[in-house]
Write a protein that binds this ligand. Structure first.
Ligand code: HEC
Ligand code: HEC
Ligand code: HEC
Ligand code: HEC
Ligand code: HEC
Length: 184
């Protein structure tokens, strides 16, 4: 994908440069014909407490791999989020007397834990973890230093400009149809 010369056509580059210019222009610059304005985004973005407390720093210190709980993060479009049964593989024995673990153990097996989501792209955007892992992008480049965080927030942008800036740096295409279905 990345070495296809046609994909780096001048049009795509111009689109990127234009987007970058609008991004850096002051919002009040009334005379600028701003054709692309990214929706406002304030980072880091916090979410209300999770239904079960979860501490990434502590689990990373216990040398548990990201993929143990996010099995698709390198192999599927979606990374996936763990459910009670994955937690209980360890917590049937580990820290079973703690209040938070008791709460977890008491959940009906079939009940879905509704984790409060941090990173999301709209339905009209193509995104795949698998191709980004194959392209050498690390979790931290898009999600920040997760292994150092006790409570996660959305630290980095998933907006179009953030995607395009990394693509430009890595000489990956920024043609609109790479990320959007143009309905042809
Ligand atoms: C591979 C094993 C493993 C898995 C899977 C696992 N944990 Fe843990 N967890 C640990 C270890 C090790 C500790 C540290 C125990 C200690 O402090 O003695 C821990 C501690 C905890 C604690 C107590 C510390 C605190 O923050 O209050 C909670 C709560 C917890 N885990 C929640 C979860 C949840 C929720 C899941 C599933 C999403 C999960 N764990 C999955 C190994 C695991
Ligand atoms: C023991 C299980 C476990 C491990 C190991 C784990 N995570 Fe998680 N992860 C979770 C749970 C549970 C959530 C949802 C609760 C939360 O946001 O803290 C989550 C949420 C996330 C999210 C936010 C997802 C979203 O959009 O809402 C990211 C990003 C993430 N993890 C990345 C990582 C990375 C990177 C690693 C390895 C350094 C890792 N995780 C290791 C269980 C785990
Ligand atoms: C190139 C940027 C990028 C990289 C690299 C990346 N992610 Fe993500 N991640 C995203 C985006 C964007 C979303 C939102 C996806 C959506 O809404 O479909 C996301 C969502 C998630 C979620 C929420 C569940 C899901 O699948 O939507 C988890 C968990 C997660 N990522 C973990 C990881 C882990 C672990 C790694 C490293 C192995 C990783 N990510 C690498 C950008 C990235
Ligand atoms: C950290 C750098 C980085 C970021 C941030 C990033 N990408 Fe990428 N992206 C890449 C690389 C590298 C490739 C090439 C992967 C390969 O070798 O095929 C790629 C390829 C792609 C592809 C083509 C492969 C496929 O899955 O169809 C799409 C679509 C894509 N990215 C969408 C996005 C979107 C949407 C975002 C923002 C939410 C994003 N990217 C953010 C580095 C990045
Ligand atoms: C590398 C991936 C990528 C490329 C290339 C890309 N977009 Fe996007 N686009 C996104 C993402 C991600 C969003 C969602 C932004 C958000 O969540 O705010 C988006 C959102 C949009 C929106 C909705 C409005 C908005 O700003 O959220 C429009 C319209 C759009 N893109 C048009 C385009 C056009 C036109 C091109 C070609 C010049 C293009 N996109 C190229 C990733 C991309």
């Amino acid at each position: 994908m990345k070495s296809e010369p046609l994909r780096q056509a001048p049009a795509a580059r111009a689109a990127f440069v234009f987007a970058a210019l609008v991004w850096t222009a002051a919002p009040g610059a009334a005379q600028a014909p701003a054709r692309y304005r990214p929706p406002p985004e304030r980072l880091p973005r916090e979410v209300p407490p999770q239904p079960v407390r979860f501490n990434h720093k502590l689990h990373a210190a216990a040398k548990i791999a990201c993929a143990d709980c996010h099995p698709g993060a390198e192999t599927e479009a979606r990374a996936g989020l763990p459910q009670r049964e994955q937690c209980m593989l360890c917590h049937a024995a580990i820290a079973a007397d703690r209040e938070e673990i008791r709460k977890l153990a008491a959940l009906p097996a079939a009940e879905t834990i509704r984790w409060r989501r941090l990173y999301r792209v709209p339905d009209f955007v193509f995104f795949s973890h698998r191709s980004h892992a194959a392209g050498g992008a690390s979790c931290a480049q898009c999600h920040g230093p997760v292994a150092a965080r006790e409570v996660l927030t959305q630290e980095l942008s998933t907006g179009m400009i953030a995607c395009m800036n990394c693509h430009a740096d890595r000489q990956v295409s920024n043609e609109c149809f790479l990320c959007h279905d143009l309905g042809q």
